[in-house]
Write a new protein. Structure first.
Length: 128
């Protein structure tokens, strides 16, 4: 015997698109659009130093590449190709923070929508 499913309670339901688009630009902006200022500032103040770290290592790597190829084509003795491994750690840190910001924005928005409609059942957020 199956129980009938009650119709959804009308309530505030926002679109996830503007939140995710703003979160794609920079971690923390999606939280700002949700009115979560502390979380937004936290993500920005953690992401920006990590991005600067990656950017500075990328500039150093590209400078070493330029010197390598300049020396190679000028006939100078070149020791070895610069290692791209210096970019792996800062890129991984930036990627983890970036994905955490996206996930936090999406889960917080779904939680807000679920709380606004009064639906507490398991998996209700998956229907949207």
């Amino acid at each position: 015997m199956t129980t009938p499913v009650p119709p959804p309670v009308p309530g505030w339901k926002s679109s996830l698109s503007p939140m995710m688009l703003s979160a794609l630009v920079c971690p923390g902006t999606g939280q700002f659009r949700q009115g979560r200022w502390g979380a937004g500032l936290g993500f920005i103040f953690v992401f920006l130093p990590a991005f600067v770290w990656f950017f500075m290592d990328a500039i150093a790597f590209l400078g070493a590449e330029y010197d390598f190829f300049k020396g190679f084509f000028m006939g100078r003795d070149v020791r070895e190709l610069p290692r791209i491994g210096i970019l792996v750690r800062p890129f991984a840190v930036c990627l983890i923070i970036y994905l955490a910001g996206l996930a936090d924005t999406a889960f917080a928005e779904r939680r807000l929508n679920r709380d606004a409609t009064g639906s507490r059942s398991r998996g209700a957020w998956r229907e949207s």
